[in-house]
Design a protein around this ligand. Structure first.
Ligand code: N01
Length: 548
């Protein structure tokens, strides 16, 4: 009988990545899998981020799984960008449809994982005192899941209500009649602002850095839309796997300066009218590579902000300056800029006058004092590495992952770390991850891991580890591309700049999906060059017998 505390694979997290990893490894590879999830429901990011206005900013019909054509055909997205509850319903449907729940333990945080070098197994501990072992550890912890709670003096002194967008309560929050302060103007703050403003007596938005936000142009789907999507799903999914950023479209095959001023304006207006990420990934081909092209697009967006916001001073404060468009992750919004025309909304620039202290009645910047009934922190995440490093992961020689990455993360393909055999990191640092449409990146990684485990099983091997040499070469490649990219030109979570003390390195792979997939496939086809295999099932049987 199988040992109830021993698994082939332990998966950490039951969001998009964890659910698919469980499905794939259990259903296709017939492995014994246990998933641990901190939340008391599945969904990961889409379980926790239930703040007002939380909506996916990639479009529903391709921000979803492609592995099951039946699932794609039967699920009906209500509109262009699903709100958080709809994605949470979708992921719950997936859990039920594929009978995943029986292998998921909810309300359980993995606190530690230690590699046993002799047995080639991981020992995993949780905050519910579980200790289990598994041949493989697969982290599906999410790239934007470890909340960044800013360390502002007086955080505990506030007598009103405090909310974090990243850990929003399940019960609806009512801001009617309240004076609300909102800190942070990234995607979360930009989505929450119009919704809170519509309820609150007054909303004060504290902005440290303005963002280039694009209109989402959300709309409900008509039955014709549904039919068209379903009829074209094969092509849509194929495009998401081919394109640079995992979206089902390519940039237009023209450079910004290759067209006349009028044509350029017309193209930009068209992209603006269409809304969403088309502007970023479906516009001029040199947008993110050429400074002049980027400045033209940036100035176009600034002109839209100035057109929208009535008060010229507020409009100017909302206009980003000093960094290229795309260097920070651009948000997508519904009526964000329009909200600053409301009588009950004030924008406060804290770039020069930061928040000094949270007081019992509100907060104080170096310039002024504000009184609130509630404060909302939309201050983002310790991105890409944060959720991994909050687990005490120890590899060979008891080396902590936190120590191995003290100067910044190093991986092979964003999938494995030297010194941490048998651990796979879905959408880990050094892979395109957040620069792709996430479900596409996740499915690619899970499929690659499954192929690799199948390859090992066929040969009776029980240990895989990235060589130092291969990891160094990949880390250097990731760093070289990153240094050449525009991401180094802004302070953002892409480079860890939002977390005090975090090493400043470009965390995702910036070479785009085609180049990345090509490399992953080449490694697989070569018999996993750059990885060393070891162990054997015989040796494991002997070890087990010895233990018994
Ligand atoms: O976090 P952010 P987010 N004092 O880091 C400010 C994804 N996402 O949760 O820019 C004052 O972008 C900080 O200021 P600055 C998406 O990939 C997707 O909004 O560092 N201010 C910034 O304005 C997104 O990019 C969706 O100067 C402080 C804000 O807080 C990512 O998640 C929805 C501060 C944080 O912005 C993160 O977005 C939401 C301090 N101490 C998120 N610390 C959808 O798909 C931070 N700030 C819908």
């Amino acid at each position: 009988m199988a040992d109830q505390y021993d698994f082939d694979v332990v998966v950490v997290g039951a969001g998009f990545a964890g659910l698919y990893a469980l499905y794939k490894l259990r259903n296709d590879l017939n492995m014994r899998v246990r998933v641990y999830e901190t939340g008391d429901g599945v969904g990961g990011t889409w379980y926790w981020n239930r703040y007002p206005g939380a909506r996916c900013d990639s479009e529903s019909y391709y921000y979803c799984y492609s592995f099951s054509p039946e699932l794609a055909q039967e699920w009906k997205w209500s509109g262009r960008y699903p709100e958080q509850p709809e994605i949470e319903r979708y992921l719950n449907h997936v859990a039920d449809r594929f009978d995943l729940r029986r292998d998921i333990q909810l309300s359980t945080r993995v606190t530690a994982a230690t590699f046993d070098d002799a047995a080639n197994r991981w020992e995993i501990q949780t905050d519910r005192n579980d200790t289990v072992t598994a041949r493989y550890l697969v982290t599906a912890v999410g790239c934007l899941s470890a909340p960044n709670m800013p360390d502002i003096p007086g955080m505990d002194d506030f007598e009103g209500d405090v909310y974090f967008t990243a850990t929003w309560p399940r019960e609806p929050v009512n801001f009617t009649g309240k004076r609300v302060g909102l800190v942070g103007t990234g995607s979360s703050g930009i989505q929450a602002t119009p919704e809170i403003a519509a309820q609150a007596a007054h909303l004060t938005v504290f902005q440290r850095t303005p963002n280039f936000s694009l209109p989402a142009r959300h709309r409900a789907f008509l039955s014709e839309d549904q039919a068209k999507i379903k009829a074209n799903y094969d092509e849509i999914f194929a495009l998401t796997r081919e394109s640079f950023a995992g979206f089902p479209f390519h940039p237009i095959d023209r450079k910004t300066m290759s067209v006349t001023t009028d044509e350029r304006r017309e193209i930009l207006e068209g992209l603006w009218a269409e809304g969403g990420f088309k502007f970023l990934w479906g516009g001029f081909i040199d947008l993110l590579r050429d400074d002049e092209a980027n400045e033209i697009a940036s100035e176009f967006i600034r002109s839209k902000i100035r057109e929208t916001v009535n008060d010229p001073q507020t409009a100017e404060l909302l206009c980003p300056q000093g960094y290229p468009y795309g260097a920070k992750r651009p948000p997508i919004d519904t009526d964000y800029y329009e909200t600053f025309n409301r009588e009950n909304v004030t924008l406060v620039d804290i770039s020069e006058a930061p928040i000094e202290v949270i007081t019992p009645t509100g907060l104080r910047t170096t310039m002024a004092e504000y009184e609130f009934d509630a404060i909302v922190f939309a201050t983002g995440f310790d991105a890409i590495t944060g959720a991994l490093l909050r687990i005490d992961i120890r590899g060979t020689g008891d080396v902590r992952l936190a120590d191995a990455w003290s100067d910044g993360p190093r991986t092979l393909l964003g999938l494995q770390v030297t010194g941490f055999p048998n651990m796979f990191t879905i959408t880990g640092p050094g892979s395109p991850s957040v620069l792709l449409n996430m479900p596409v990146a996740i499915e690619h990684h899970v499929d690659w891991i499954a192929d690799c485990l199948e390859y090992m099983r066929e040969r009776g091997w029980t240990r895989i580890e990235a060589t130092e040499e291969a990891q160094d070469a990949w880390a250097e490649h990731v760093a070289d591309l990153g240094e050449q990219s525009l991401f180094v030109r802004a302070n953002s979570w892409y480079v860890g700049a939002n977390i005090p003390g975090k090493p400043r390195v470009v965390l995702p792979y910036t070479g785009g999906q085609p180049m990345y997939r090509e490399r992953c496939t080449a490694v697989k086809d070569s018999g996993y060059e750059g990885f060393v295999f070891g162990g054997s099932l015989d040796q494991n049987a002997m070890l087990a017998a010895k233990k018994a």
